[in-house]
Design a protein around this ligand. Structure first.
Ligand code: AKG
Ligand code: FE2
Length: 347
């Protein structure tokens, strides 16, 4: 799709960047990280593939146990909608920084930049006096799906078109997550009564990120696990997304058009008594290209009590409070499930 935004060669191009992240205006960055030692990218990569039109519970089970991540094909989201999503996201990010920043406190679609550490309503979590080295070369919108049907506080046709396409895309994501979770719940023999509250698409959120061109070899997003039941990602062709296999084998996930990447989060790890893995993942920054990704994050109902032989019973509200506290104190290297781990877990 053609963009109305200034071309990359014009000086005004960087008006869409947060001022601190514009060229020649960059904070000091942490250079002590080694970005150059992932496993060389085999082609195709070894990430398991699940066909949504022909769901194979055994294949899902194996992917969940051994990987914590799989690629979803034949998911039924029209290519046209995925292309539209991409086009609308590019248009929204190309707006001048001030137009995006006007949405800073808009809960339905909150703009953020410089950090992925947010409250559930999309406000930036402040971490003491944030050292400049913590600034991440990214910006994004945090979207609460159940609020997207209403007009945004800020009237802007570009943002409104973006909202509409996100709403439609979000409905597809709820459909996919519900079906996939059902297969997982069957595999795990989860109690039918519990299982209803274990996945709550009505409280799902989305994040649309633009990773900005970053002049230094840093991580676009540090290694972390998601605080979700499931996360569904769609990636553009730029690449840079990596998952961890085993303890320390980082694998580049190839961006394959019109496929989705599904990640297991901390909550399903607990529900599965640690049989399924909440997979560590991270994003490499790119010096030459911006990268856009869209993530759908689905959690348990806020008062759902998660039962596990490996953890004390906890509600999702408890878990979320723990994660928010972790973000304030230690950042993305959260304690997460560790807050509830039983030291002498029963078998
Ligand atoms: O941008 C991506 O591909 C990953 C985003 C992510 O891991 C997250 O928001 O938790
Ligand atoms: Fe993540």
């Amino acid at each position: 799709m053609k963009m109305m935004s200034p071309s990359i060669d014009t000086p005004s191009y960087y008006d869409s960047y947060p001022p601190l992240l514009r060229p020649n205006n960059n904070p000091i960055h942490d250079l002590n990280q080694d970005l150059d030692n992932p496993i060389p990218n085999p082609n195709p990569d070894p990430i398991p593939v699940i066909d949504f039109q022909n769901i194979d519970n055994d294949a899902i089970s194996e992917a969940c146990r051994n990987w914590g991540v799989f690629r979803l094909v034949n998911h039924g989201i029209p290519d046209a909608l995925l292309n539209q999503l991409r086009g609308r996201a590019e248009e929204a990010f190309s707006l001048p920084f001030d137009s995006k920043h006007a949405l800073k406190s808009c809960t339905a679609m909150a703009y953020f930049w410089g950090t992925p550490a947010l409250t559930p309503t999309g406000e930036t979590v402040e971490r003491g006096p944030t050292p400049p080295a913590d600034v991440k070369w990214l910006e994004g919108f945090n979207v609460l799906l159940n609020q997207l049907s209403q007009q945004l506080q800020v009237e802007d046709p570009v943002l409104d078109n973006f909202r509409l396409v996100l709403d439609e895309y979000g409905r597809h994501q709820s459909r996919l997550a519900t079906t996939i979770f059902k297969a997982m719940a069957e595999n795990l023999n989860l109690d039918q009564n519990l299982y209803e509250s274990y996945l709550s698409p009505s409280t799902a959120s989305m994040r649309i990120y633009r990773y900005l061109k970053c002049p230094l070899p840093v991580w676009g997003l540090n290694a972390h696990t998601d605080s979700t039941v499931l996360t569904v990602l769609t990636h553009d062709e730029v690449g840079g997304f990596q998952v961890c296999k085993g303890d320390d084998e980082w694998i580049d996930v190839e961006p394959i058009p019109n496929t989705l990447v599904l990640i297991l989060g901390d909550l399903i790890q607990a529900m599965s008594d640690d049989k399924y893995k909440s997979v560590k993942h991270r994003v490499k920054a790119n010096k030459y290209k911006e990268r856009i990704s869209v993530g759908y994050f689905v959690f348990s109902a806020i008062d759902a009590v998660i039962q596990s032989s490996k953890y004390k019973p906890f509600t999702y509200a408890d878990f979320r409070a723990g994660v928010q506290q972790d973000l304030k104190t230690i950042g993305y290297k959260k304690v997460g499930l560790g807050h509830f781990k039983l030291t002498h877990a029963s078998h």
